[in-house]
Ligand binder design. Structure first.
Ligand code: SAM
Length: 289
């Protein structure tokens, strides 16, 4: 049974395992300033990392306004990441429909709607995130076209072939890729586009490094090897069209974050993992054939 309200909807059983319940609990209670204070800058709330060169001058100047400048800079970098993902969705028409899978507080869905003017559905396993995201869409007056749902990305309940594009922004490490891409092969229209930005472990390193294992424990996730993405895409009619290694581009974001008052304690682990070659930050865009 699916219950639908005007702005958001809930599937009867979005959580299918104890593990998924623990992920839902994590996100239902998450109130991390590194996410909330950055979102407050302009109402685009993201739960992902940033890319691009840092303007280090934000650390100079008056001490009492240093935080405000640093937060604005970190937000600029996370917005640049969301824009890069949207660049890879290809030609999207206003009558198309997109799926933001694992949507967090909904910033990416709003970015895509602003860019393409089309309908966007965002799904999360977290009830509080879905409610938060729905309020943002309402505030912007776009809730007729940007809707948020409490759904499981492995079993979304949406109609087959109904999406022109689907993306995961830092949310594939919570699921089995074979099940995930099976669902996307079903949801995407032929010729549709799938995009992911994700951290993955580098197969050439061997198995997960100490740092990758620490990140898994920190976020209750299971970072996949790079090879698993390509294997499971090939198994599910998703043919890569672009692969961009964003590892070097994300390091400055982490360096600034480590120096900011919003550091959570995981910054040095990410920096070490990126620099020792065990971890990569990758964008993959693929066509559904
Ligand atoms: C790191 S956040 C990324 C949020 C968002 N994509 C962004 O870029 O801001 C991971 C998200 O994945 C969602 N998630 C994890 N497992 C899920 C599942 N099985 N089904 C739906 N959402 C899930 C979490 O609720 C959370 O919103």
């Amino acid at each position: 049974m699916t219950v639908t309200t005007r702005r958001s909807s809930t599937a009867a059983a979005p959580v299918v395992s104890d593990y998924q319940q623990s992920v839902a609990d994590y996100w239902n209670h998450e109130k991390n300033p590194v996410n909330l204070r950055l979102g407050e800058v302009d109402g685009f709330y993201h739960h992902h990392y940033g890319i691009g060169d840092v303007d280090w001058s934000v650390l100079e100047g008056p001490e009492d306004t240093r935080d405000v400048r640093t937060i604005a800079e970190l937000h600029r970098l996370e917005c640049a990441q969301a824009e890069l993902l949207a660049d890879h969705l290809g030609a999207v028409a206003p009558e198309d429909r997109l799926l933001d899978s694992g949507c967090g507080r909904g910033g990416g869905s709003l970015v895509a709607h602003e860019r393409f003017g089309c309908r966007v559905d965002g799904i999360s396993i977290s009830e509080t995130q879905v409610a938060f995201a729905a309020r943002q869409a309402e505030k912007r007056g776009v809730d007729g076209k940007v809707r948020f749902h409490l759904r499981n990305m492995l079993d979304t309940g949406f109609e087959s072939g109904s999406f022109r594009g689907v993306w995961n922004n830092e949310s594939t490490m919570y699921v089995d890729l074979s099940l995930l891409f099976g669902e996307y092969a079903r949801l995407l229209a032929r010729g549709g586009r799938y995009v992911t930005i994700t951290g993955c472990y580098n197969d050439t390193y061997g198995l997960p490094s100490r740092e990758v294992s620490t990140i898994n424990a920190h976020y209750i996730c299971d970072i996949h090897p790079r090879s698993a993405y390509f294997r499971e895409m090939a198994n599910h009619r998703l043919v890569p069209v672009s692969v961009v290694d964003l590892t070097a581009a994300t390091i400055p974001y982490w360096e600034l974050r480590a120096k900011s008052s919003l550091a959570t304690g995981i910054e040095d682990t990410f920096l070490t993992a990126y620099k020792n070659g065990s971890f990569q930050y990758l964008l993959i865009a693929a066509d559904r054939i």
